[in-house]
Write a protein that binds this ligand. Structure first.
Ligand code: ATP
Ligand code: MG
Length: 389
């Protein structure tokens, strides 16, 4: 283990938060510590708007990189080597570092927080670049270089590194409030959940199933998806709620074109009851305008009318291709495309309503005798806690 190795992290919008900044940094550092817990480190500290991980094992950088990428609020992280802020020491460390890389083009990028250092950032770039160039005999390229030798001069020390990862940015999980995410085992809702976690919101999840009319496969798939998503928020709670009896009652009484909307109103109501229990301020769905017949603006209005809380739909305006790319990037896509019987798709009528009239929906719903059905469903919730992987 190299005693001088450390990780230097730049965080994202935390620096914009004025008076709250100290608290945001504290939560961010806690999240970093939790995430890298299986790996060696001695401390995680803030210094000059940067977060440092000291006492780490540079030979395991790839493992730190995988874990740190999952910490929301992280803009980028560098594996750094600490040296005295003297040109000669910096030159020799930079030369050692690039000798470990295969590349055609390189550049040097210096940031100088430590203003007492006698050279400007530009001067450091030039001097170190001029030293490295004859040693490696490669071209300097300012845009899109294969290797970027990053130098940061912070409070009397110089940090040099050539390994870097980009994070997702956003805000640390736990700095936002709480919300309940409605999760199916499809492609969209895991992505919409991720987008909210990225904004610092702590999520709990509800999943509705129609067992025994459908298999319990959707529950298994959701659990696997949440293992991946919980990786971004350490752990989360999942509430599996039986919907079958309510669906059967609706199908018995209401015209088939209203089934989906009425199912969805029932789902929202029960999600809101969970939100009441855990003091969550909003509901999240993966709905996307126009993606399927049930996801028109009128239908969203008719669904939202069933609850008092705001329903956030982070994917509302995205194209499917973008959602799929995101699902691939965050690691949920392969699980989402596995076959399953969804509680709604299983009972979808051939001609669902695409422009629900709110008054009509309310009237039909009021005519259905739901006595005891919500209570029974809520009493039969199966709750579990899922740890991120
Ligand atoms: P997804 O890919 O997330 O399944 P979808 O395109 O299949 O979305 P719908 O099935 O119409 O869309 O569902 C829209 C949204 O309603 C989902 O993104 C999710 O938030 C919620 N939802 C749908 N089915 C369920 C379910 N069984 N349990 C919980 N929420 C659900
Ligand atoms: Mg679905």
């Amino acid at each position: 283990m190299s005693p001088s190795a450390c990780i230097l992290i730049h965080y994202h919008e935390i620096s914009l938060k004025g008076d709250n900044r100290g608290w945001f940094e504290k939560v961010f550092k806690q999240n970093v510590r939790k995430q890298i817990k299986p790996l060696p480190f001695s401390s995680v500290e803030t210094n000059a708007a940067r977060v440092f991980i000291f006492g780490m094992d540079a030979s395991r950088w790839d493992e730190y990189a995988i874990e740190l990428k999952k910490v929301m609020g992280l803009m980028n992280a560098h594996l750094m080597h600490q040296v005295e802020p003297e040109m000669d020491a910096m030159k020799s460390t930079a030369a050692e570092l690039i000798a470990t890389k295969e590349f055609e083009t390189f550049r040097v990028s210096t940031k100088r927080q430590y203003k007492n250092f006698p050279f400007t950032s530009q001067e450091v770039n030039r001097e170190i670049g001029a030293h490295l160039q004859p040693l490696c005999n490669k071209r300097v390229k300012l845009k899109g270089a294969d290797v970027d030798v990053v130098i940061e001069l912070v409070k009397g020390k110089a940090y040099i590194g050539v390994d870097k990862i980009r994070g997702y940015g956003g805000l640390p999980v736990g700095t936002g409030e709480r919300a309940v995410s409605l999760i199916s085992s499809g492609i969209d809702s895991p992505v919409s959940s991720f987008e909210m976690i990225k904004r610092g919101v702590s999520l709990s999840y509800v999943h509705f199933h129609s067992a025994p009319a459908t298999s319990r496969q959707s529950i298994k798939n959701v659990e696997r998806l949440l293992k991946v998503i919980a990786g971004y928020q350490i752990r989360c709670d999942l509430y599996n709620i039986p919907l079958l009896a309510i669906q059967e009652k609706i199908m018995e009484t209401a015209p088939s074109k209203f089934w989906v909307i009425l199912f969805r109103r029932a789902m929202m109501r029960m999600a809101e009851q969970i939100a009441d229990q855990i003091d969550a301020a909003a509901l999240i769905t993966g709905e996307n305008v126009g993606q399927v017949a049930s996801q028109t603006l009128s239908n969203m209005r008719a669904t939202a009318d069933a609850v008092e809380r705001p329903i956030l739909r982070p994917l509302a305006g995205l194209n499917k291709e973008d959602i799929i790319n995101r699902a691939r990037e965050i690691g949920t896509y392969e699980i989402s495309i596995e076959p399953y019987e969804d509680c709604c798709s299983f009972f979808v009528p051939i001609h669902p309503e695409t422009r629900a009239n709110l008054e009509e929906v309310r009237g039909i719903e009021a005519s259905i005798d739901m006595t005891g059905l919500y209570e029974t469903a809520m009493e039969n919730i199966e709750k579990s806690t899922i740890e991120g992987k």
